[in-house]
Design a protein around this ligand. Structure first.
Ligand SMILES: [Zn+2]
Length: 81
């Protein structure tokens, strides 16, 4: 099992990895990721999305790959019936 990203700081590291593709330094990427992980509003939205998915409901976020895939699977099922 990989020890990176660390289990207790996984979200921040994952965000920083993604941000790092668009900014000059890892330090800056990490700083931005830090702000995101500490934002109560972002946390609430992530919770809301996760809760919707757990309940089998679409979260309503147009960028959501989970719902896009689910919708696609549903469409394929409908056309094959
Ligand atoms: Zn979704």
């Amino acid at each position: 099992m990989s020890s990176y990203p660390p289990a207790d700081d996984r979200l921040r590291h994952l965000l920083a990895q993604e941000i790092n593709l668009s900014v000059d330094t890892w330090k800056l990427a990490f700083w931005i990721a830090d702000g995101i992980t500490k934002s109560p509003e972002i946390r609430r939205e992530l919770d809301r999305i996760a809760a919707a998915h757990a309940a089998g409901q679409p979260c309503g976020d147009r960028n959501c790959q989970h719902c896009f895939d689910a919708h696609l699977t549903e469409a394929i099922k409908e056309t094959s019936e």
